[in-house]
Design a protein around this ligand. Sequence first.
Ligand SMILES: [Zn+2]
Length: 113
Amino acid sequence: MRRVNKLLFAGGIVNSFGGVLVAFAPTGCWYGYCWNQEAYNVPLGIGIACLGLVMLVASLRKGQRDYGEMYICSRCETALPFAEVPDEQCPHCHIPMEPLKGFYTRHPELKKD
Ligand SMILES: [Zn+2]
């Protein structure tokens, strides 16, 4: 998941810059790579830049949530991955769940052994 986000992020940046480049510099050479897109540089450039921005936004939004992160209910102590509790509510007790990481440090009284 994180690897995909990084690829999406890198692709987004490349597409954003590439799109702007095509829109404002329809012909040119850069490090041996030459292009000539005068006929349709503006729509193409804007399209590529938009695609890049969409990729950037998607990578950042997904990056905010790790869907494999475990959440635990402080009442019944059911632990579930975030993907199964998108609203962070325990399916049994309907109370907000907490991230499993550090849970027993915050609630030492629930520690069994
Ligand atoms: Zn519960």
